[in-house]
Design a binder for this molecule. Sequence first.
Ligand code: IPD
Ligand code: CA
Ligand code: CA
Length: 259
Amino acid sequence: MHPMLNMGIRAVRAAGDYIVRCMERMHGIEVITKSRNDFVSDVDRRAEAIIIDVLHKAYPGHAILAEESGAQGDSEYRWIIDPLDGTTNYLHGFPQFAVSLALEHKGVLDQGIVYDPLRQELFTASRGDGAHLDGRRIRVTRRDTLDGALIGTGFPFRTLDKMDNYIGIFRELTQVTAGIRRPGAAALDLAYVAAGRLDGFWEYGLELWDIAAGALLIREAGGYISDMDSGEPWRNSSNVVAGNPVLHDRLLEIIRKQC
Ligand code: IPD
Ligand code: CA
Ligand code: CA
């Protein structure tokens, strides 16, 4: 295993253990509203500090982009951190959230980890070395029609300007697939596409830390993730669509009809 992946796993496990321990004192968690329907708690912040501490000790020169504390350092290596993806779920005791950590080298995704601390499921990917769940190889599904497909999504909730487009896509996909799921933690949704638990996924308005690790997982699992607007391979855009290459294209066709 790549030594930086190993160190990243150590960091996400430490954060995940902390997040789960804090569920015992849920009523005492301090919550701040960042913007409409967008929350951060002291658990998010502390989990992020735990990850940064592990990474800094191992790699003091590496740069960091973290959801809650922003950017620091300048290096060809950059860690991208979402310490708690699915904060709204977490604050309600809804058991679907994750820690997401990616490493870029010279601007290219190199390592990706999504950790579900409740199920203790560890999704990992190293560039050129495949994607794994708890050490076992994972792949996207082979399904080639939307008929029978299970598709993940995230509802628009911060800005509502895409709501009409979104509802049009939702209406059509509801009619032609087996179902749509909105679990509430985008990093985990993408990991589920990589693991073949979802056939595809689309969401508007995500951030780099929601997507980076999941994007590498999907690619290394044989899938395709693109910028919804251009259809080009995803780099850092916020509107994404993903799936195996065939279903990705089918999803994109339906999304484009609404734009
Ligand atoms: C959120 C989750 C959610 C998605 C939001 C994200 P957070 O991340 O991934 O599923 O719909 O767009 O912001 O704020 O819980 O880290
Ligand atoms: Ca997130
Ligand atoms: Ca978060």
